[in-house]
Design a protein around this ligand. Structure first.
Ligand code: SF4
Length: 374
């Protein structure tokens, strides 16, 4: 099993916190579509020995894509890859693009899962983030998705921003329940270097992120999830039974994936690579049938550390048998030795051959994982 990720590097407006690769110049959309199809063709052997069970359109803003380009990309995948019958095809969409016509188009071409970039239902919070949509558009988009009959969809929410109050966060979570939304991706606002947000904080134009508020919002999220029966299956992902994201789950399991489009990352099971993060150079290279791609050969230790980082974030946790298979018994002993302090502090627990984070440990996941690195 494998996945294909397609990066659509265009956005209507630059959100202040965002460090993904995108351009607000939408003129090259057609050329980009052709370049992506060309890359799919050039790299058709990347997943030669395995079938494709998930396809994910991310960005950027895939919902800006005109239907003919979207259709052509999916048709190219179908022609050159072994796509399984019930493949999960996820598509990121922003509320301001979600009309009934577009929803029908996406269903027509085979999209069967939406990931909607709501981020917040609070007007002040959206303006603070410089989102392109209003709170009203957020709500309308959910209503339209429900009316058209897309049942498998997720929304993204961001918590812990200076503009989001505790009651605003509570209200955002209440909307999820009221609208019977089956999957939620909830992220703590992160200040990435070189973003407009980092610059504004540095210039003291806006308040910095308050870690205590973020911890409080995360704790509210955890209580909300258990009260309303959402499985908190990964630190940032919560779902009702049967609605987990297969694409993301496959990343965490270490399955291979092909990433196509500028800045997209790929993993063949052993090595990781990434495409150039420049739209014009990417398109030009594809016109010359080249892929501008850098590769990093991962050592067994790097692969084990990646597994520690991703598995600890999941509900299933870190399987020590997997480490033993990859690195041997000594590595398992080293991890258990490093884990003892976190276990004593009540942020990590060991059950049979598995290490999982406790509720208190979930907010400290990255730090705990790095203490276990080999
Ligand atoms: S819409 Fe998404 S990708 Fe585009 S700038 Fe905003 S957060 Fe970044």
């Amino acid at each position: 099993m494998a996945g294909i990720y397609i990066h659509i590097p265009f956005c209507r407006k630059a959100c202040h916190y965002c460090d993904f690769h995108f351009s607000t110049g939408l003129g090259a959309m057609e050329d980009m579509g052709l370049a992506i199809c060309n890359e799919l063709y050039q790299r058709k052997n990347f997943l030669a020995d395995t079938s494709v069970s998930t396809i994910y359109f991310g960005g950027g803003t895939p919902s800006l894509l005109p239907k003919p380009i979207l259709y052509r990309i999916l048709e190219t995948i179908g022609r050159h890859f072994l796509v399984e019958k019930n493949t999960e095809i996820s598509f990121e969409a922003n509320p301001d693009d979600i009309t009934k016509e577009k929803l029908k188009e996406w269903m027509d071409v085979g999209i069967n899962r939406l990931s909607i970039g709501i981020q917040s239902f609070q007007e002040d919070d959206l303006a603070w983030m410089n989102r392109a949509h209003t709170a009203d558009q957020s709500l309308q988009s959910i209503n339209r998705v429900n009316e058209i009959g897309f049942t498998n969809y997720s929304i993204d929410l961001i918590y812990g921003s200076p503009a989001l109050t505790d009651s605003g966060w509570e209200e955002n979570l209440a909307f999820v329940v009221q609208h019977d939304i089956k999957h939620l991706s909830a992220y703590a606002l992160t200040v990435e270097p070189r973003t407009a947000l980092a610059k504004q904080i540095q210039q003291q134009k806006i308040a910095d992120v308050d870690p205590d508020k973020q911890a409080k919002h995360f704790s509210m999220l955890c209580s909300w999830a258990s009260l309303h029966n959402y499985s908190h299956y990964e630190i940032s992902n919560l779902a009702k039974e049967g609605y987990r994201s297969n694409h993301n789950a496959n990343y965490w399991k270490g399955l291979p994936y092909l990433g196509v489009g500028p800045s997209a990352h790929s993993f063949d099971g052993k090595n990781r690579g990434w495409n150039i993060s420049n739209n014009a150079l990417y398109i030009q290279a594809q016109k010359n049938n080249q892929v501008i791609y850098e590769e990093e050969k991962l050592t067994d230790t790097q692969r084990a550390n990646e597994y520690i980082m991703t598995s600890l974030r999941t509900m299933e946790g870190l399987d020590l048998a997997h480490i033993q298979g990859l690195m041997g018994e000594t590595a398992v002993s080293m991890i258990l030795k490093s884990a003892q302090k976190a276990i004593d502090n009540g942020v990590l627990q060991k059950e049979h051959n598995t290490l999982t984070l406790t509720q208190a440990g979930k907010f400290l996941a990255d730090g705990i994982a790095s203490d276990l690195f080999l």
